[in-house]
Write a protein that binds this ligand. Sequence first.
Ligand code: HPA
Length: 267
Amino acid sequence: MIDKAVEYIKSKVDFVPEVAIILGSGLGNLTDGIENPIYVDYKDIENFPRSTAPGHIGRFVFGTLLGKKVVCMQGRFHFYEGYSMQQVVLPVRVLRKLGVEKLIVTNAAGGINTAFVPGDIMMITDHINFMGTNVLIGKNDDMLGPRFPDMSFAYNPDLRETARKCARELGIDIKEGVYLGCTGPSYETPAEIKAFRILGADAVGMSTVPEVIAANHCGMKVLAFSLITNMAAGILKQKLTEEEVLETGAKKGRELQKLIAKIIWEM
Ligand code: HPA
């Protein structure tokens, strides 16, 4: 499945991107700055899953951003959509096989850390896999990576340092913290959020963890950001809505877009 997709993409795109960017809910317009875009729709790739989540289109955008070759994933696959974990990470493995070595992951997340406010950008320093499964369960493909991959530096320290420097230079305030991944699709209960805070989580979401595990497994350097679109359940004593999540994503996505462009430039 990986080889078929790589072959198809190679028939459309004649370069290897330096970096891939996965765009989370409401962050799709990060592709606006891409020059000479080549669109590869997921639906045109054999055996590729389709994106069904709101705010997600479902295609790769290959092109140039500030002189660097990049590929954006406009639309990702979530476990809660009913895809297998293998399907969720298929695009990451395809991009690695294409030769991409660096991955920037973005997502929308709920803030657990009460010092956060909606609209904050949180650089992910580490994660807690609370999805109840692991994408690497099953026979290991030694061609992809080792049976027991190290996760001590899953969010690359050098890339994080570059990101801090870029944020400083742009005057963008970024928070840092631990992302806890749940399957969803129900949002968390207030009791769960209280428990996750005690466990050491600063933000919660329904993606990213499988992709980051798979990317580390196949030797990619990863950097990741959460856009805090809402405070997690129970903090503000109000209901969580998908509208709120998408609205904040659309409003504050621009700032994250600027930051990511600069990081890519400096990388
Ligand atoms: N919980 C889980 N996922 C999310 C949230 C949340 O509060 N906000 C955006 N994605």
